[in-house]
Design a protein around this ligand. Structure first.
Ligand SMILES: *[C@@H]1O[C@H](CO)[C@@H](O)[C@H](O)[C@H]1NC(C)=O
Ligand SMILES: *[C@@H]1O[C@H](CO)[C@@H](O)[C@H](O)[C@H]1NC(C)=O
Ligand SMILES: *[C@@H]1O[C@H](CO)[C@@H](O)[C@H](O)[C@H]1NC(C)=O
Ligand SMILES: *[C@@H]1O[C@H](CO)[C@@H](O)[C@H](O)[C@H]1NC(C)=O
Ligand SMILES: *[C@@H]1O[C@H](CO)[C@@H](O)[C@H](O)[C@H]1NC(C)=O
Ligand SMILES: *[C@@H]1O[C@H](CO)[C@@H](O)[C@H](O)[C@H]1NC(C)=O
Length: 249
């Protein structure tokens, strides 16, 4: 169908086709420029005490060749991964990261980051992997993360996050790995949080200040291999469904 359409265009109107290709080219230029400016905003926000980005992220190399940056195969100028685990970046996460609209992997774990997790990360509709473990991130878990329907890994553990677990996270139906442990999270675990998380293999909420009942639905997660709930203020009985889990290892 598309091929026919293209052939038809070529045959009937070379001018139209020319117009079409130039429009696409400048549109992709504009979005590539947005990726570059998002990366530069990210670089400007971190303090980079070891100077790693200062030395590597320079105009001498196209941004797709920068340390930790991966661009797409099909969309060659679009950033698909930003992965700098263990690199001491320090400073805050730029909200402009939410403009990297082709991003699938974001790993800024163990990077000494401070400040909030930008709500704009909820714009990254292609994100499958978000690891911000082991930083000094504060404020609460943004509810906007609940819009990331393709997210498979969400690690926010070992930070300084406070507030309640947002109810919106219940929409993360692709999630396989959820680690919110070692923060200052409070309140009840939202009702229904695990109702559609049937892929979940790893769940840790340990070392927070969560209270109330342990959700029964955890016992019905058929693929769950690791469950950590220790060091919270949970009360009530352990749901009997939890004694029924055969997948735990
Ligand atoms: C678009 O990108 C091409 C190739 O990278 C470049 O030559 C051209 O100047 C760019 N156009 C605009 C409008 O930025
Ligand atoms: C930046 O790091 C990448 C990946 O290690 C390397 O390929 C590139 O040459 C480095 N660029 C500069 C300017 O050091
Ligand atoms: C990038 O993100 C910032 C902050 O989220 C926003 O204000 C700005 O409009 C975005 N810029 C582009 C070019 O998309
Ligand atoms: C997330 O990052 C931490 C720290 O770098 C690492 O230990 C952990 O294995 C990562 N999580 C996943 C699911 O790979
Ligand atoms: C973590 O948060 C608490 C309470 O807001 C604050 O007192 C403490 O300094 C924070 N720690 C770090 C490492 O940011
Ligand atoms: C435990 O599993 C059995 C067999 O699948 C089921 O009949 C029973 O209702 C389950 N019990 C609870 C408390 O979930």
């Amino acid at each position: 169908m598309a091929l026919f359409h293209l052939t038809f265009l070529m045959a009937s109107s070379p001018l139209l086709l020319l117009l079409l290709t130039t429009t696409t080219a400048s549109a992709s230029n504009a979005t590539a420029a947005a990726d570059l400016s998002a990366l530069l905003a990210f670089k400007a926000h971190v303090t980079d005490p070891s100077g790693i980005l200062g030395r590597n992220w320079t105009a001498a190399t196209p941004y797709c060749g920068w340390l930790g940056v991966t661009c797409g195969h099909r969309h060659r100028l679009r950033v698909t991964a930003l992965s700098l685990p263990g690199v001491p970046l320090a400073g805050a996460m730029a909200p402009e990261l939410g403009n990297l609209s082709f991003l699938s992997v974001l790993d800024l774990s163990d990077a000494q980051l401070t400040g909030p997790v930008p709500a704009s990360l909820g714009n990254l509709k292609r994100l499958t992997w978000l690891n911000l473990s082991t930083n000094y991130l504060s404020s609460h878990v943004p509810a906007s993360l609940g819009g990331l329907a393709g997210l498979e890994v969400l690690c926010l553990d070992t930070n300084n996050l406070t507030g309640e677990i947002p109810n919106e996270l219940r929409n993360l139906q692709s999630l396989m790995w959820l680690d919110l442990s070692r923060n200052g999270l409070i309140g009840h675990v939202p009702q229904g949080l695990f109702d559609v998380m049937s892929q979940l293999k790893y769940l840790s909420l340990a070392h927070n200040n969560l209270m109330g009942n342990i959700p029964k639905a955890i016992g019905f997660l058929q693929n769950l291999e690791v469950l950590e709930l220790s060091s919270n203020q949970f009360s009530g009985e352990i749901p009997s469904s939890l004694f029924n889990m055969s997948s735990l290892i």
